[in-house]
Design a protein around this ligand. Structure first.
Ligand SMILES: Nc1ccn([C@@H]2O[C@H](COP(=O)(O)O)[C@@H](O)[C@H]2O)c(=O)n1
Ligand SMILES: C[C@@]1(CO)OP(=O)(O)OP(=O)(O)OC[C@H]1O
Length: 157
């Protein structure tokens, strides 16, 4: 068994879609990034890369490479899972927390979980997604950005 941890932050700006866990969440702002800036999927991708000793998403998908401009982070996550599977691993479980003061994410969590499980080729009960505010403290609390944390446990197939 192998364990990995991931953390990511993106800035909230006007004129961008808010994509979280592959869900287009209705909001007045979206996350800024080279890709679709799906901070949740980036944290999960980094957790899996950590578990298999493969660095981080910046190493695999450089933000200087035009190929990843506007990239769908579900596709990046699938590529990361291909690396894990090629090394003989499958998902034990994945847990993640999105840190966002707004918008309310609870109505979208089930779809995020479903998207992530399908992309990882695993059962939904092996994937958990949570959301928390920071009680208006810090950058997330001021609505300047959204953070996400994840851990991933991988098992030998
Ligand atoms: N963006 C968010 C943040 C939180 N939630 C849900 O609200 C619950 C309470 O949040 P606290 O920060 O006060 O702990 C939390 O457990 C989430 O279920 C949310 O939907 N969207
Ligand atoms: C995902 C990548 C893809 O180019 O770009 P960004 O959307 O900027 O996201 P970040 O979390 O900064 O990780 C870097 C890149 O791998």
């Amino acid at each position: 068994m192998r364990i990995g941890h991931g953390y990511d932050v993106h800035r909230l700006v006007e004129g961008r879609k808010l994509i979280l866990g592959g869900v287009d969440v209705p909001y007045v702002k979206g996350l800024l990034g080279h890709s679709d800036a799906d901070v949740l999927l980036h944290a999960i991708s980094d957790a899996i890369l950590g578990a298999i000793g493969e660095g981080d998403i910046g190493k695999h998908f450089p933000d200087t490479d035009p190929a990843y401009k506007g990239a769908d982070s579900l596709k990046l996550l699938r590529h990361v899972m291909d690396l894990a599977e090629n090394k003989g691993y499958r998902i034990g479980n994945v847990d993640a927390t999105v840190v966002a003061q707004r918008p309310k994410l609870a109505p979208f969590i089930a779809q995020m979980r479903s998207n992530i499980a399908a992309t990882l080729g695993t059962e939904e009960d092996r994937v958990n997604v949570k959301a928390t505010t920071t009680e208006e403290l810090g950058f997330a609390g001021r609505g300047e950005g959204i953070a996400a944390y994840s851990v991933a446990l991988l098992q030998k197939k």
